[in-house]
Write a protein that binds this ligand. Structure first.
Ligand SMILES: Cc1cc2nc3c(=O)[nH]c(=O)nc-3n(C[C@H](O)[C@H](O)[C@H](O)COP(=O)(O)OP(=O)(O)OC[C@H]3O[C@@H](n4cnc5c(N)ncnc54)[C@H](O)[C@@H]3O)c2cc1C
Length: 296
């Protein structure tokens, strides 16, 4: 039986693995795949200490290399269910079963849907949630980015480098995004801020042709070829753990050592209830969670 099994191979999971291994614990990481990882969607990371500027994909590759250099197995599998046992936990993927004394949940978060007419119908036909992944298809085209947080503003900045025009549509007149990002977006002459605007519908027959918005009394259409949704995140809890304490937003509630209310079960990184969702806070959880395990 493993001392520690970690579900999720993002910054939080890999940092936890490195700390666990260094503490002499046997550890394995199960990960669905890097394309599901939030860090790989960050085009330019400029606030992770030691790296003045690095893409999320490159930074993640360095985390993986570090973990592998410590001979930590990272197995590409998606977990479908978890069962509490007397000794610890049984963790199931489609075909396999793993047993561990301590289980760390590090599955991160993923994007929320906009919930408007046309969104599902035109998904993959102009509707996207990841500028880094799909921006390439909109070179010299008009796009709209919907949202007001870091993700929305950084996607707008990224797209502005090669799109003809970017509309940044936000339902308020203030942004949740970091000030420096908003300032950087304002400096781009092909980003137009469309504020206090509600999106009614994504328009188009076989592919995106525009978005219908309402601003005050006026309803109008913004013609565009692509729509990037960036209206928030939800935790990746694709399986149920009976009795686990979660916040109204679905984030896992933990103490300062990332311990949940279930003995032997921990949560690290973006999946846990916290104020700041960043790479550095996700990585820091690795040190905290192993301290918690050693105290058990
Ligand atoms: C566009 C964008 C830009 C960003 N820019 C920055 C930035 O500049 N600086 C910064 O500090 N932060 C930035 N962030 C935030 C940062 O990426 C996250 O805070 C960080 O990646 C969280 O790490 P994590 O390990 O908790 O989750 P993630 O990085 O999301 O990793 C979770 C992992 O769990 C795996 N997983 C999920 N479910 C399962 C399952 N059932 N079974 C197995 N594996 C599973 C996924 O495949 C994934 O690999 C940005 C985020 C976005 C979206």
């Amino acid at each position: 039986m493993l001392d520690v099994l970690i579900i999720g191979g993002g910054p939080a999971g890999l940092s936890s693995a490195v700390y666990a291994k260094r503490a002499g614990l046997s550890v394995t990481v199960l990960d669905k795949g890097a394309s599901e990882c939030q860090i790989t969607k960050a085009t330019e990371v400029e606030n992770y200490l030691g790296f003045k500027s690095i893409s999320g994909i490159d930074l993640h590759a360095q985390f993986v290399e570090h973990a592998k250099s410590q001979e930590i197995p990272i197995i590409k599998k998606s977990v479908v269910s978890v069962e509490k046992t007397e000794e610890g936990f049984k963790v199931f993927t489609k075909k396999d079963e793993f047993e561990c004394k301590h289980l760390i949940l590090a599955m991160g978060r993923s994007h929320k849907h906009l919930g408007v007419e046309g969104e599902d119908r035109l998904a993959g036909a102009g509707v996207s949630y990841c500028a880094t992944c799909d921006g390439f298809f909109f070179r010299s085209k008009m796009v709209s980015v919907i949202g007001g947080g870091d993700s929305a503003v950084s996607q707008a900045i990224y797209l502005s480098a090669f799109c003809e025009k970017v509309y940044l549509i936000h339902r308020r007149d203030e942004f949740r995004a970091a000030n420096y990002l908003v300032e950087r977006a304002r400096e781009k002459n092909n980003i137009e801020f469309v504020l206090n605007a509600t999106v009614n519908e994504i328009l188009g027959d076989n592919c995106v042709a525009g978005v219908s918005i309402t601003q005050g009394e006026e309803t109008r259409t913004i013609a565009c070829d692509g729509v990037f949704g960036a209206v928030g995140e939800k935790p990746n809890m694709s399986f149920v753990i009976d009795g686990l304490n979660i916040s109204p937003q679905g984030q896992i509630i933990t103490d300062k050592y990332c311990r949940t209310n279930i003995n032997g079960l921990y949560a690290v990184g973006d999946i846990r209830d916290r104020d700041v969702y960043q790479i550095i806070t996700a990585v820091a959880d690795g040190a905290l969670v192993v301290e918690g395990i050693l105290k058990e």
